[in-house]
Design a protein around this ligand. Structure first.
Ligand SMILES: [Mg+2]
Length: 159
C-alpha cells in the first residue's frame, strides 16, 4: 500500500535518532504545516526549534512544504539554519529529489516526516525514502471538516 508509512508515531518528538542512524539515514526532510509548525502560525515553538537543532547535530535537515506563500516561507526560513523550500507540489517528487541532489544525499538514505498520507507519505514513497507519519500538531485548532478528511485519509492507510 503506497500510502502506508514505514512508521507511524504520535509525536514528532518520538523520532528516535539512534534508530534512524542504525538505518543509515543521513538526512531528514520535514513537512512544514502541522508537522513542525502549527498551521498558519508562521512561528516555530521554542521546543520544536530546540528539537530540530538537536537533530541537526546528527542529520542534514530540510523542510519541504507545499505552501505557495513566499512571505510565509521566508518567515519560516529566517527561524532555522537549514533549507526551507515552498511550492513543492507533493506528492510530486521533483522538488524533493532536486533538494536531495543539492544536499548531496541519496534518497534511500533519507527519511521524510509528515502529517498527511496523500501528500507527504506518498511523496516519500515515490522518492524511495523512509516515511514517518506523525499526528498533526494543530489538530486541536482544526475545523471539523479538516479533521474528518484526516480521519478518512488515515482510514485508507489501515490494512
Ligand atoms: Mg502538513
Amino acid at each position: 500500500m503506497r500510502l502506508k508509512p514505514d512508521i507511524n508515531i504520535k509525536s514528532i518528538y518520538d523520532i528516535n535518532i539512534f534508530n534512524l542512524k542504525a538505518c543509515e539515514i543521513e538526512a531528514i526532510f520535514f513537512d512544514l504545516d502541522s508537522t513542525v509548525m502549527r498551521s498558519k502560525s508562521g512561528v516555530f515553538e521554542p521546543k520544536m526549534l530546540e528539537f530540530l537543532a538537536r537533530l541537526q547535530n546528527h542529520f542534514k535537515l530540510a523542510i519541504i512544504s507545499n505552501n505557495k506563500n513566499e512571505d510565509y516561507i521566508n518567515k519560516a526560513r529566517a527561524q532555522v539554519k537549514f533549507p526551507v523550500i515552498g511550492r513543492a507540489a507533493k506528492p510530486d517528487t521533483k522538488v524533493l529529489l532536486k533538494t536531495c541532489e543539492e544536499m548531496k544525499v541519496n534518497p534511500r538514505n533519507c527519511a521524510f516526516v509528515g502529517d498527511r498520507p496523500l501528500t507527504d507519505i506518498l511523496c516519500a514513497k515515490r522518492a524511495c525514502m523512509f516515511s514517518i507519519l506523525v499526528d498533526s500538531i494543530s489538530c486541536d485548532e482544526e475545523k471539523k471538516v479538516v479533521r474528518f478528511v484526516r480521519f478518512l485519509e488515515r482510514l485508507s492507510i489501515k490494512k
